[in-house]
Structures are given as C-alpha cells and as structure tokens.
Design a protein around this ligand. Structure first.
Ligand code: N01
Length: 529
C-alpha cells in the first residue's frame, strides 16, 4: 500500500497539468496511466491522418508563457505525431514522469468513510491510498468495437482507429474495408485510399464535414499570434467553444439570402468549426440549421462527380452539427478516385462478417484489412470501466445507470474528495479540450487549496445541487437541435446506454463563470467538514 495526498488517473493533457498543479500546492501526487506514455487520446489514436481540428496555437496549454513562446507548431492544425511530441516535451520540461506510473490500469477505487481516504487498486495488484482522487480519464478513451456477427471469423487484420499499432500499418497493395464515417473515419479515409489498392467505405450515417484547409503555419503568423497570446487566450476563455477564433454570432435568419451565402462561403473558406459557431441560431432554430445544412450538401454535390455517390454522402437524417462536426482534408474529393467505393449500409445493411470480408443484404465484399473507425463509449465509458465505490459502497456505474448526474461536471454526490475532469455535465467535448481541462484543473486545485487551508478533510457535492445542475444540463440541451441526432453525445452509439445528453451546452464561458461563482460563494452546493 502506498500513501499519497492525491492520485490522478490518466496522463493525458488534463492529468499532466493536474499533477503539476497539485505539486504547486505542495501535495504529493501520483498519476496512474494505462498506456506506455503520456498524451492520452494522442497516445492511442495514431491512425493515418489523425489530427486535431482545433487550431494548434489554440489547442495547447496556456498555463506557462515560457512553454507557449518556446514551442513551435509546424501546421495550422497539428498532426498527431506533433501533438504527442508536445505532450512528451511538457512531461520532460516540467519533470512530470517521476510521478507517473505507466502501463498500469486502475480497476477499482473505493472510498473508506472512516479514514476519509480513497483506496485505488491497479490490475497489477498495487494499491494507493489517497485523500483526493482525480479522474482525468478522458471523454473519448474507451474504443467501441461494433457487434458485427462473425467478426471473429474474419482472417484478415482488424484495426481500430483508437487503438492503432505503434509501428503503423502499410496499406500498399491491399484491399481495405472501412466502417465508420465520423471524425476518425473521415480523417483516415483519404490517406488509406492513397495507399490501398482498393478501399470500400461502409457508411451507416452520412456526416457533415467542413474542410480544414490545413497547411504549414507561416512563421510570421505564428510570431504575431505569440505576441498577442495573452489577449487571445483571454478571448478563448470568454468564448462559447474555448477558442480564440472569431465567433460572429449573427442570426442566419436575419441575413438576406445573398448575404447568407456570402457568410456561409466565408466560413467555409476559413474552414473548421467556425462554420458551426459563427451563427447563433444554427443549433437552436431548425430553419437556420436547414440553410446551413443545405449549403454543405451543395458543396458535397459540387465536389463528388458521381451524383449517386454524392447523394449517399449528403447527410439528410439529422440536423447540421447535431452529431459532432467533422473537419477534413479532401474527404469528399477522395470519392472521385477509381479505387474507392461507398456502400450505404443503411439501405444495404451488413449481415455478417466472413473469413474474407463481409456480406451485406445485397452482396459480398472481400478485403485484407478491416478498419473500424467506430468511435467510443464516450464521456462515461472510462469512468464506468472502473469499479468506483463511494459512500456506503455505492457503485458509480449503478448510480449512473439512467444517465450520468454530477455537480458542475466535476463532482458527484456520494463520492467525496473525488473530481472528474471534463466529466459529463461540463462543456468538455463541445469546447477546446485542452482549455476545458485547464479550467477544470485550476478550479479543482483552487478547491483543494481551500480545503487544505481550512482543515476540511471531506468535500462533497450536495445531492440537491447536483440534481439542479443535472436538470439544467438536460433542459438546456433539450432547447437545442443537438438532441435530434443519434450521437455519442447522447450515448446512442452504445446499445443499452441511457439516452441522456451529456455535455453542458450553454457555452464554455457561461460554464466557467458558473464555476467561478460557486468558488467565490465559498463553494456553494458542497458540504465540507
Ligand atoms: O467516432 P464517431 P470517431 N455499424 O462515434 C459508425 C473525436 N475525434 O472516432 O453515425 C456501422 O464519431 C458510426 O455510424 P453512426 C471527436 O470528438 C476528434 O470518428 O452511429 N457503422 C459513425 O459513422 C469525434 O466526434 C478528432 O450511424 C457503425 C462511426 O462509426 C469523436 O472523437 C479526431 C457501427 C463512429 O463515429 C469520435 O470520433 C477524431 C456499426 N455497428 C476523433 N458502429 C480531432 O480531430 C459505429 N458506426 C480532435
């Protein structure tokens, strides 16, 4: 048994900064990480084309000005190897590794009410005892392998984008099947197509995607952003999405048809998420959403030469942005290649896997390698994978059977001294995840400092505050178009998972102010003793 002040689970960006912050409070902390290195999702998601679709100057830590100034991002949107290099640089620069235990999976965390300590056990049989437990386990860290009948029969190689081999995979000369057309599928598909002899994409739901227009980050532009970094970071903290990109916040419906086209085109040419966040009513008003959606569909029709393929690729069954928007590099263009085929598996469902491929209701497809870009058990998956027992031995997973409930997305009633970073009920995946993590870490560190200074040994969300927060999270989401899609935001991609909208939808800045307000009030909604 090893004693610590705090244990952090996960050495992604949030976990690393949490460790750094706990050290600054003078606490003795250990991070337990199941991977062999730091970086979280960026350690595992090594598929070809993996890239962040928040701009690199924004998707980076803001807590250290020296780090900000010294690091050079080669591209507008950073590629996975660069992000992983950055994570490793941070780990070295702040000497974090000496307090990180790698290759250990936490299987159980149990609260001892008498001692007011958590007992954290790993699969290797190690136990840590700590006063504070911080779950930095990530929102998209448990890959979802679909239940494809007969998958075990398939003799070729099966690769999941979120568990990609470190040595990579060479598709040259291969026939490849790809299931999944979310961000991971859309990013990897053009690269796989450029290498493989033949690629067949099995699409269940057509997705909205905006071009990234990625490219090298010109040195003079980088220098200019670095000069203005403090102001830009502040702007990001005061924004809906935790990003410093301009949020225009006009109403689509207030614009004349001609001006609307100009604005849509402008955002399209800028690329990325601002197409969604530029208009206040796109996620709130169906008519505004339809116009934004039709503009994207027309771009697809103009790009994809075969009209039949273009119509398969046009999303029509859910509002624009209600499934997480994708940002691509030549995704739709790649369907013009001779070696790429698309199968609409909503019209022609997969029946079973075979030894050499799969059968749909209409035919058989053979391939050497199957790529699963089938996503994650999002937001609650990594927490529920651990046997977390709070007061009275209550199991978190049980408590969340009908959907997760938390106070501010950061604490759960009945689970004292435990914090969830970017947990369900916080903006998390709807915001720039590094900034969302930083805001949580800083808030948690502030709360721990408060508890230490006041001699509190137990801090816990009150059930009533939690219920009010959970209600607000659900009610705000219900006013938007987000709830109209079968998305992982709602847990719809995992059979049997409760259909509850998990992220906080009112904006990063609104949320951060609510957290500050709770802190300033002396941590209203928490019981401290
Ligand atoms: O996963 P997804 P992802 N049969 O869940 C399909 C982040 N991310 O890994 O839509 C057939 O979005 C499924 O179909 P449907 C980002 O937040 C960020 O792509 O459920 N198909 C869908 O097409 C993103 O949103 C970056 O009908 C099946 C796909 O698989 C999140 O991670 C990069 C199926 C899954 O799409 C998840 O993205 C990559 C089945 N049984 C990811 N099961 C950045 O750039 C699932 N599908 C930061």
């Amino acid at each position: 048994m090893q004693d610590r002040d705090a244990v952090v689970i996960g050495a992604g960006f949030a976990g690393m900064y949490m460790l750094h912050s706990l050290r600054q409070l003078g606490l003795d902390a250990t991070v337990i990480e199941r991977g062999s290195g730091v970086g979280g999702v960026w350690h595992w998601n090594r598929y070809p084309g993996a890239r962040c679709d928040v701009e690199s100057m924004s998707y980076s830590y803001s807590f250290s000005e020296e780090l900000e100034q010294e690091w050079v991002w080669p591209h507008r949107y950073a590629m996975q190897p660069d992000i992983l290099r950055y994570a490793n640089h941070v780990a070295d620069r702040f000497d974090l590794r000496r307090d990180i235990v790698f290759n250990e999976t936490v299987v159980k965390a149990e609260y001892d009410e008498t001692e007011r300590r958590w007992l954290v056990s790993t699969g290797a049989g190690e136990t840590f005892r700590c006063r504070y437990l911080v779950m930095a386990t990530g929102c998209l860290s448990v890959p979802k392998v679909p239940d494809l009948p007969g998958l075990e029969r398939f003799r070729g190689r099966v690769l999941h984008t979120a568990d990609w081999p470190t040595e990579g995979h060479d598709f040259s000369g291969q026939t490849v099947g790809l299931i999944g057309t979310g961000s991971s599928g859309i990013q990897s598909m053009p690269i796989i197509a450029s290498q493989a002899k033949q690629l067949t994409v099995f699409q269940r739901t057509a997705n909205y995607s905006i071009p990234a227009w990625n490219g090298p980050l010109p040195a003079e532009h980088e220098a200019e952003l670095k000069r203005r970094y403090r102001a830009l970071r502040q702007k990001a903290r005061e924004s809906y999405a935790g990003d410093y990109a301009d949020e225009y916040y006009a109403s689509v419906l207030d614009l004349s048809p001609a001006e609307r086209e100009v604005q849509f085109e402008k955002r399209w040419q800028e690329g990325g998420f601002n197409y969604q966040y530029a208009f206040a009513d796109v996620m709130a008003d169906e008519r505004a959403n339809d116009l934004a959606a039709e503009f994207v569909r027309n771009k697809i029709r103009a790009t994809v030469k075969d009209p039949r393929v273009a119509e398969i690729l046009c999303p029509k069954d859910h509002p624009f942005g209600s499934k997480r928007l994708c940002v691509d590099t030549e995704y739709f263009e790649t369907y013009n290649r001779d070696n790429v085929t698309i199968v609409d598996i909503k019209a022609d469902p997969i029946v079973e896997m075979t030894e050499s491929g799969l059968c749909t209701s209409d035919g058989e497809y053979r391939f050497d390698t199957l790529v699963l870009a089938t996503g994650f058990d999002a937001m609650t998956g990594a927490l529920n994978a651990i046997d977390i027992r709070g007061r009275g031995g209550a199991l978190l997973k049980e408590q969340w059977r009908d959907g997760p409930r938390s106070y501010l997305g950061v604490a759960v009633a009945g689970f004292p001294n435990m914090f969830t970073i970017t947990g369900p009920g916080s903006p998390s995946v709807l915001a720039n995840m590094i900034l969302a993590g930083e805001q949580h870490v800083e808030w948690i560190a502030g709360f721990i400092a408060h508890a230490e200074a006041n001699g509190f040994r137990e801090i816990e969300a009150e059930s009533e505050a939690q219920e009010q927060w959970a209600r607000a999270v659900t009610e705000s989401a219900a006013k938007t178009l987000y709830v109209r899609a079968n998305s992982w935001y709602l847990g719809s991609n995992v059979p049997g998972k409760a259909r509850v909208f998990m992220p906080y939808v009112n904006g990063f800045q609104v949320y951060a102010h609510a957290c500050e307000d709770v802190a300033k009030s002396g941590y209203r909604g928490f019981r401290m003793s």
